[in-house]
Design a protein around this ligand. Structure first.
Ligand code: ADP
Length: 273
């Protein structure tokens, strides 16, 4: 079922994570959070990264986003080593409440990075309108974030990322703080945006079901110090729906496989598949 990712050299590789290691040093004690992560994401792929809490997912994501320098290894985006926040990347964080500016309208929040990009007013308007329409928020563009529910605020954060027209969209446990129904709706929104816009997505989550439901591939991380345990191709149909897909026997097999890998890695820390 699974194939460990091989170093790929094809021209369609967008993101190449090569032997990334991260050791945190502090107060005379060092923590090896990430030992050795190697994988590639092709242009247009939707890849999920799943691992238990403390597995180093946030550390990995910060290294990819250029917010943290790896101790060893390299992150290469579109052929260029990442040394700071790369221009073609947008990130959606879990904490939507802190990622939106409360004194700005929804429109103002979505437009801000486009101003920083130096886009002319007419183009900004076009991008903001179409991103808000894509996430179903066209009619609240004049509202302020605090007037919206948590799920709607996260839609604003997604619209902001999409309007930026990133080459790659990183999502760090973006739905961990919303209720189950909203979460299901947002998962479907991510898949439909991915299918319509063709953007490359790296989606990080601790939720195995979410990873299997969303991804074309699921990278399974070990506990810290982290390595990639498995790279599972999710051969579910492209058209997915919450009820049908999640109750299919293939979904159950895939989730059991991923769950088993994570359990074994927890029980036997030296386990390497
Ligand atoms: P996850 O996102 O999967 O929960 P993290 O990347 O947050 O995992 O953390 C991985 C490991 O690194 C954990 O053991 C955590 O305690 C440690 N860690 C994370 N950030 C720091 C830091 N700034 N200083 C020291 N240790 C850290």
């Amino acid at each position: 079922m699974s194939t460990m990712s091989q170093a790929r050299t094809g021209s369609d590789v967008l993101l190449d994570v090569r032997g990334v290691r991260k050791v945190y040093d502090g107060r005379g004690r060092s923590v090896e959070a990430v030992r050795d992560l190697t994988f590639a994401v092709d242009r247009g792929e939707l890849v999920c990264v799943v691992g238990p809490s403390g597995a180093g997912k946030t550390t990995l994501l910060r290294c990819i986003a250029g917010l943290l320098a790896p101790t060893g290894g390299q992150v290469v985006l579109e052929g260029t080593p990442v040394a700071g926040p790369p221009p073609g990347m947008a990130v959606v964080f879990q904490e939507y409440g802190r990622s939106l500016f409360p004194w700005m309208t929804v429109r103002g929040n979505v437009e801000l990075p486009l101003k920083q990009k130096g886009l002319p007013r007419a183009r900004r308007r076009e991008l903001v309108d179409s991103a808000l329409a894509a996430v179903g928020l066209a009619d609240v563009h004049q509202a302020h974030p605090w007037q919206l529910s948590g799920g709607m605020q996260q839609r604003v954060a997604i619209a902001r990322a999409v309007a930026y027209e990133p080459h790659i969209l990183l999502m760090d446990e973006p739905f961990a703080a919303v209720d189950a129904q909203t979460r299901a709706d947002l998962e479907d929104l991510v898949r439909s945006l991915w299918q319509r816009l063709g953007v490359t997505i790296l989606f990080v989550t601790h939720d195995i079901d979410e990873a299997v439901y969303l991804g074309q591939r699921v990278l399974v991380l070990s506990s810290s110090p982290t390595v990639v345990l498995d790279d599972v191709r999710i051969d579910l149909p492209a058209e997915r729906d919450q009820l049908g897909t999640r109750s299919s026997s293939r979904f159950a097999e895939l989730r059991a496989h991923v769950f088993g890998q994570i359990q074994r890695a927890k029980d036997e820390p030296r386990f390497q598949p």
